[in-house]
Design a protein around this ligand. Sequence first.
Ligand code: ADP
Length: 255
Amino acid sequence: AAGDEPILVADAISMHFRGLKALDDVSLSVDPGEIRGIVGPNGSGKTTLFNVISGLYRPTRGRVRFRGRDATGLAPYRLARAGMSRTFQNLRLFGDLTVEENVLVALDRHATWQSWRYVGRPISVLRRDRDLHRRAGEVLDRYGLREFAALPPKSLPYGIQRRVEIARAMAAAPALLLLDEPAAGLNGEEVRQLSEIVRSIRDSGVTVIVIEHNMGLVMSLCERITVLASGKVIAEGLPAEVAQNPAVIEAYLGD
Ligand code: ADP
């Protein structure tokens, strides 16, 4: 049945930077409704894989399929319109906008994005769009951010900033959400909250792929885990299987 098709397929992806093979023949298939973990030592190619999937890089070789269609090298904003959203390891919120305005720009379906620069209607116009304003309010409420609406993200604790980034990514109502190290810099309580947020996102029907170094979080959150090392997939499976895989243990020893 159509519903059983993978939402995302990376087929034999290689990404070379001059002589460096950041990704070497990486294949990956993610089913709708999954929370998939991507782990691996530093420099193993995780973020590069996200950059290929989300259209920031065109792979040297291989294809990306998203929702049954070829999506290789599509511009990020076109992938966003097709239902893919992401966050970044180093937060990329708009520093001169408020929390609410950061959500408003993500709701603007007319915007084209040039790489990560917002190119759309002026903020003042977005603010006067009552429908947009109402929807931004709903997003802020859903992620417990209403009280921070009028503040610039930079003035907020780091854990809240991370939540703003997830709220902004979710504002576009994606079918697939890519999270790049969402727990980085969070304390224990914030990691617990993050875990609940990601589960509720999945329960609302969104597929999630998460790059994460916090193994406790990955093991408890993800149904399946893909392990990268030196640009290759060295293991994939259930958390318990992957954790006992000798190749995985070996890859982490030098990290
Ligand atoms: P990870 O996310 O697993 O830490 P990355 O995907 O960031 O790994 O990096 C994989 C390898 O690719 C690293 O050696 C990194 O230096 C290299 N790399 C990533 N992006 C670029 C780029 N734009 N130009 C050159 N090398 C890059």
